[in-house]
Design a protein around this ligand. Sequence first.
Ligand SMILES: Cc1cc2nc3c(=O)[nH]c(=O)nc-3n(C[C@H](O)[C@H](O)[C@H](O)COP(=O)(O)O)c2cc1C
Length: 186
Amino acid sequence: MRILMIYGTTEGHTRELCNFAASRLRERDLPTTVEEAGHDPHHPDPSPYDVVFLAASLHVGRYQPRLMEYARTHHATLNKIRSAFISVSLSAAGENPHDWEGLEQCLARFEHETLWTPSAVHHAAGAIRYSQYDFFKRLAMKHIAAKRGQRTVLSRDYDLTDYDALSRFVLDFVGAPAAAADAKAG
Ligand SMILES: Cc1cc2nc3c(=O)[nH]c(=O)nc-3n(C[C@H](O)[C@H](O)[C@H](O)COP(=O)(O)O)c2cc1C
C-alpha cells in the first residue's frame, strides 16, 4: 500500500502533524510520502497512490490556497481513490456548538470550491504559537482563543492537538491492523 500526504500550513503546525502521522504509518511498514502543496498544483500526481490524505489549517475561516488548488486540480482522482481530509483549527479544541457549526461551514465551502468530497474528515485541534506571531496576530489570537474559552498568556505557546486521536484516525483510515489494538490501549 502506498500512502501520500499533502499539506498546507501557515505557521508549521500542520506540517508537524503530518510528519507525526506519517511516522505512525511507517512504523507499521506503510510507506508514506509527505509533501507540502507547492507552486505547481499538478505535483505530485496522486494517482499511483492507494490512499491520500490532504491536511490544512484554518486562518480566518479559510484553508491554505495552495492546498485548495491542489485538491481542485486533482479532485477527479481524489474522488475515485481512498482520500481523507485533516482539518486543523482552534475551533476543534473546544466543544462550542457555534464553533463546530462554523467548522462545518468552512468544510462545506472547501468541498464546494475544490469539488473534492473526502471519504472521511478528521478535525484536529491546532496550536497557538505566540512566539511566531507579530504584534497584531498575537492580539488577534489572544482574542480568538478567549472567545473559544481558552485562557492563554502571551509568554508561551500552546499545542492543543490530541495526537492519539490523530493517530487512530490515520491508522483506521488505511485499515492498519494495529489500529484497533491501539484504540483499545489508548
Ligand atoms: C491569524 C490566525 C487566524 C486564525 N483563524 C482561525 C479560524 O478562523 N478558525 C479557527 O478555528 N482557527 C483559526 N486559527 C487557528 C489555526 O488554525 C491554528 O493556529 C493552527 O494550528 C495553525 O496551523 P498551521 O501552523 O499549520 O498554519 C487562526 C490562527 C491564526 C494565527
